[in-house]
Every structure is written in structure tokens, then in C-alpha cells.
Design a binder for this molecule. Structure first.
Ligand SMILES: Nc1nc2c(ncn2[C@@H]2O[C@H](COP(=O)(O)OP(=O)(O)OP(=O)(O)O)[C@@H](O)[C@H]2O)c(=O)[nH]1
Ligand SMILES: [Mg+2]
Length: 298
């Protein structure tokens, strides 16, 4: 007996720091997108795939939408978000349960024009009582025609299985887009650079993490010594930032290297030798060529 194969694209958008990446990781069951308590953690569109014999759901995690971009890089991050409106079968807007509706935000203004199923996913419900949740639902309901409103706590994976079942209801009959054992479209190198960037976000203060980009430019498996040798470059946008990344007698970058290596070892399930270099690329966040080479532009 043959059953229909359901498949489609579910794109996740929302303001920075609302828990989009936590949600995607929970849905996919893999630690793919990096998560920190700082806004603008995710900078790219990252695909996470959930497959079964009878279905394939392709999620896209996106950068938090920035209302007033101050760098070309941030405009390109917003462009990734905008692109997801064009190729979705289901749009999922994630909000923080304490978030007030912002009529001035272009992201929310767009919601009225969405013609496909539109989910309002209300995250972090663990932080409030039912009264507050109801108030948030009532407020947001008035501003767009949501197909489903789903309260969850992504960090506790509460409500996420239910959310997935609801998503399946809206999946059209469709082809197998990716091999069934594949859970992303990005190479290992990308996730390694993201792990390093996550540690930079966690270890350094203020503007520093936002001035950094990480590129893995060497990846070599030594099958005899059973170790993976990784070479990565941290680009900063000013000379003074290089000193901060390296720290007094190299202490800061040593800590960064150790923290990142531990997570990369878990990710690759192998011993890792990690070498980090710091390079200055003046004001790269407004530099067309650098933005292209870092994958923010075509
Ligand atoms: N209390 C609570 N915190 C959560 C929940 N989900 C995520 N968080 C926290 O919220 C912060 C942001 O989570 P992310 O998943 O990185 O958020 P994001 O929307 O991807 O952020 P950007 O990539 O910066 O746009 C982290 O500190 C998470 O641990 C939740 O259900 N409850
Ligand atoms: Mg994110």
C-alpha cells in the first residue's frame, strides 16, 4: 500500500533572541544553530531537515530581524529573512511571550500579506503565568490572520512535538528534496566556524563578538594519529580588537581555543587540534568584497 509523501519548507522568523535557533534545534533534534543569550547570534539562513519514511520537513532558521540596520552586514542578514517569505510552505513567526506587538517593525507589517499558512509560535512560556500568555495571544491575534497560535517552551522542548504534528498537517504532497539521512545543507566547516563564533559571543564583551567573523580555512584528517587538524581565522574590524581577542600573553585566545575545541570534538566525535589566527579587515561589515567572501552576499 502506498501512502502520500508529504514535504515542504517551514521558515522561522522573528526578532533577535526570541529562541528561533533553540526551536529549530529542538525540532530537528540536533545541535546545529548556535545559541547564546546575546541578540544577533544567528547571521545566516541555516537549514535543518527532519525526515521520515513518509515525510520531509525542511526548516530554515534565520537571523533575528533588525529593525534599524547600522551595517551593510545587518542589511544582508535582513535580506536572508526576507528571502524566506518567497519559498515557504509554512511561515513561523516566533515571539517571546513578553514581547509587545510592534506596528513599526517591517517584519510584522509583512505578515498581513502572507498567503500561506502562518503560525504564531509564542516561546518562553515557562517565564510567565497563564494570564500573561492569554494577554499576549489576544494582543497579537488582532494584528494578523494567524492559521495557528502555538505556545511553547523551546528550551524545555515543551509543546514542540505538538508543534511538529501541526506543521505536518499543512505539508503538501511533495518530493524528497534531500537525501533522507541528511539533516542540513551546510558543510562541517560551517558548523565548526559557528562553534568558534559561539564561544566568542560567550567569552568577549560588548561590541567585540559583533566585529568578528570566523572562517575555517584548513581541515585535515590525520587517520594515523586519529586527530583532525583545524585551522581557523578570526577576522576583526579594527586593530585594537585583535589585541582584545588575543588577550594578555595570549590568555584570552587560549581559553577561546580550549572551549571551542571541546565542542568541536563532540561535534566531530574525534580528537581535534585547533589553531586560531586573528586578522584585521578594516570595517569589513561595510565592505562589499569581504561580505561576499564571508557568504553574506552573492
Ligand atoms: N526561558 C526560556 N529561555 C529560552 C527559551 N528558548 C530559548 N531561550 C533562551 O533565549 C536565548 C536566545 O535563544 P536563541 O535560540 O539563540 O534565540 P534566536 O532567536 O535564535 O536569537 P538570534 O539568532 O540572535 O536571532 C538563549 O539564552 C536561550 O537559551 C525558552 O523556551 N525559555
Ligand atoms: Mg538564532
Amino acid at each position: 500500500m502506498s501512502t502520500k509523501h508529504l514535504s515542504g519548507f517551514v521558515n522561522i522568523v522573528g526578532k533577535p533572541n526570541v529562541g528561533k535557533s533553540t526551536l529549530m534545534n529542538a525540532l530537528v533534534g540536533e545541535r546545529m544553530s548556535i545559541i547564546t543569550n546575546k541578540p544577533q547570534t544567528t547571521r545566516h539562513r541555516i537549514v535543518g531537515i527532519v525526515s521520515d519514511e513518509n515525510h520531509q520537513v525542511v526548516f530554515s532558521d534565520t537571523p533575528g530581524f533588525i529593525k534599524d540596520p547600522s551595517y551593510e552586514m545587518q542589511e544582508n542578514m535582513n535580506a536572508f529573512v526576507n528571502s524566506t517569505f518567497k519559498d515557504a510552505d509554512v511561515m513561523m513567526v516566533v515571539i517571546d511571550v513578553t514581547e509587545a506587538y510592534d506596528a513599526e517593525n517591517p517584519l510584522f507589517q509583512r505578515l498581513k500579506q502572507v498567503e500561506i499558512p502562518l503560525f504564531l509560535v509564542i516561546n518562553k512560556v515557562d517565564l510567565v503565568d497563564d494570564k500573561k500568555l492569554l494577554q499576549t495571544i489576544t494582543e497579537w491575534q488582532a494584528h494578523a490572520n494567524f492559521t495557528e497560535i502555538v505556545p511553547i517552551s523551546a528550551i524545555n522542548e515543551a509543546g514542540t512535538a505538538n508543534l511538529f504534528d501541526l506543521i505536518l498537517k499543512y505539508m503538501p504532497e511533495g518530493p524528497v528534496y534531500y537525501p533522507k539521512d541528511q539533516f542540513t545543507d551546510r558543510p562541517e566547516r560551517f558548523f565548526i566556524s559557528e562553534i568558534i563564533r559561539e564561544k566568542i559571543l560567550l567569552l568577549y564583551q560588548q561590541e567585540i563578538p559583533y566585529s568578528c567573523e570566523v572562517i575555517v580555512d584548513g581541515f585535515e584528517e590525520d587517520n594515523v594519529k586519529k586527530i583532525v587538524r583545524i585551522h581557523a581565522i578570526i577576522y576583526v574590524s579594527r586593530k585594537s580588537q585583535k589585541g582584545i581577542i588575543i588577550g594578555n600573553k595570549g590568555a584570552a585566545i587560549k581559553r577561546l581555543g580550549t572551549d571551542a575545541r571541546k565542542d568541536i570534538e563532540k561535534f566531530l566525535d574525534s580528537r581535534v587540534y585547533l589553531e586560531l589566527f586573528v586578522k584585521i579587515r578594516d570595517n569589513w561589515r561595510n565592505d562589499d568584497k569581504m561580505l561576499k567572501s564571508f557568504g553574506y552576499k552573492n
